[in-house]
Ligand binder design. Structure first.
Ligand SMILES: [Fe+2]
Length: 490
């Protein structure tokens, strides 16, 4: 392995027994650039692009209780070209990160604490936390965009060097939620945000040149906690789900999410460039959904796949202090029981149909993004380690035959969201690789794996050993190399 750069960031985190500051969630503070890494198998020549993953690495001792979603964002990137790979990891130099580096300590408290503990005005729908840009990552208009689930400013980075390129110029005052959606065919990016102030939600479109070209309120009945949106070829789908901050406690300045099982799930569907007047609302059975899969149009219907939670407000995990047990349960897909589910919305009749696609607890879906907004045949999900926010394996669903295929990562091996990377000159929808970082606790190291999407049960075709064991995290994406080069030259 050749390490061409190695830098340690100043930190003040003390050792603790916190479950999300140890084991596979032990934070990283060192930034590496590495080439010529040890490879088990062979790096294929027909993969070209960058795999990016966002992770949470708290640099300073928390003010109050630490929640893993409070941690400072760090991107890990593996670039592939001509059978070679290059690895980098960099903290996202957010305004909050820089201010805390200067202070040498935390200045903002996290989501689970009294807002008055923050020393400076914060960001996000809660208003008092640091925008750590640590939740999601996409690539749009040739740049990496990291986002924060509570709504933040959105940070851009160079996709190859991870050099910081500042916040997005077009970010509205209400911010950008995690899960902006890139339509690879049109080059547009669709996004939303949510807040405690009326109209409580906005939706917008950014064009392929990174200009905000559409921004409109999509009013909600009150403060809500949407996490993701979906789109079809012509429509965008936003939600009003019955899990939100208890309004009475919110009046006292407390952010306590409560599930209202007697209220419906509401889906707002509007044309891509529609406004509040164009939104058609549909009601379906009560649930909470963290992540959607794909959506597409079929006749008069919009078909939407996602992970329906059977138990959106799980009991705390036993044997732990109640607040810790509740945090652990809220991070455990076996507790909230997220199941692959299909909704069909008839735009003519207003009718909704629902169908369960798989009874196993799954989440963090991916699919070939060239099929985003159109009917796709293959979906990929991960399953979790019981009691933990850790991914233990991948399931591939073939929606045409109803078959599914599984690949466990192995004992004490935890993966990441595994986006689909199309093979160069791919012929079919599943002609490509699933890419993931694995943190292997037995070997005390991490690796990047490539899995042939046509035969996931065969296991990785290639494993690249990283220069360090990396902290687990949240979302990941794949960016096509040829498209990035085209953007650079345009
Ligand atoms: Fe998410």
């Amino acid at each position: 392995m050749t390490i061409t750069d190695k830098k340690k960031v100043q930190h003040s985190l003390k050792p603790s027994a916190h479950p999300y500051l140890n084991g596979a969630w032990t934070p990283n503070f060192t930034e590496y650039t590495a080439t010529e890494m040890t490879v088990i198998g062979e790096i294929p020549h027909d993969i070209d692009g960058v795999y990016l993953r966002n992770t949470e690495n708290p640099v300073h001792e928390a003010i109050g209780h630490y929640h893993p979603f409070d941690g400072d964002g760090m991107l890990h990137a593996m670039s592939f070209k001509d059978g070679k790979a290059e690895y980098r990891n960099r903290f996202i130099r957010t305004k909050g990160f820089n201010a805390e580096q200067e202070a040498g300590r935390a200045l903002w408290t996290g989501i689970a604490n009294d807002p008055t503990l923050s020393e400076r005005p914060g960001w996000g729908a809660q208003g008092h936390v640091k925008d750590s840009s640590s939740t999601d990552v996409v690539v749009h208009a040739g740049k990496v965009l990291s986002t924060f689930w509570q709504c933040g400013e959105g940070y851009q980075l160079d996709p190859h060097t991870l050099a910081p390129l500042g916040t997005v110029g077009w970010a509205p005052a209400e911010g950008i939620s995690a899960h902006p959606k890139v339509d690879e065919r049109s080059g547009e990016m669709l996004f939303f945000n949510y807040s405690k102030q009326p109209p409580y939600q906005h939706y917008g479109v950014v064009d392929r040149n990174n200009q905000l070209v559409h921004y409109t309120p999509v009013p909600l009945p009150g403060p809500r906690l949407p996490h993701d949106m979906a789109f079809s070829e012509n429509y965008s789908i936003l939600v009003d789900l019955p899990l939100y901050w208890d309004p009475e406690l919110l009046e006292q300045g407390r952010h306590h999410a409560r599930y209202y099982a007697d209220q419906p799930s509401r889906f707002g569907i509007l044309p891509r460039y529609g406004t509040a007047d164009d939104v058609q609302w549909f009601e379906a059975s009560a649930t909470y959904v963290l992540h959607w899969m794909n959506a597409y149009e079929e006749g008069d219907e919009i078909v939407l796949d996602g992970y329906f939670q059977d138990n959106p407000d799980p009991e705390p995990l036993p044997g732990l202090p109640k607040t810790v047990g509740k945090m652990m349960a809220n991070l455990d897909i076996h507790s909230f029981q997220s199941k692959l589910h299909r909704w069909r919305f008839n735009l003519k009749t207003g009718e909704v149909q629902e169908q369960r696609l798989d009874e196993r607890a799954l989440e963090f879906g991916t699919f070939n993004q060239q099929y985003a907004g159109r009917k796709s045949r293959y979906l990929y999900s991960v399953w979790g380690e019981p009691n933990w926010f850790l991914f233990s394996g991948i399931v591939k669903h073939d929606l045409e035959t109803g078959e599914s295929f599984s690949l466990p990562f192995g004992e004490q091996r935890f993966g990441s969201e595994a986006p689909f990377a199309p093979r160069v000159n791919a012929k079919d929808e599943d002609d490509g690789y699933l890419v993931s970082f694995i943190t292997d606790m037995k070997e005390d190291r991490s690796e990047c794996v490539l899995i042939d999407a046509k035969d996931i049960e065969a296991g990785p075709v290639c494993r690249i050993i990283l220069p360090h064991r990396i902290c687990s995290g949240t979302h990941a994406t794949w960016a096509d190399g040829a498209s990035l080069r085209k953007e650079k030259n345009s």
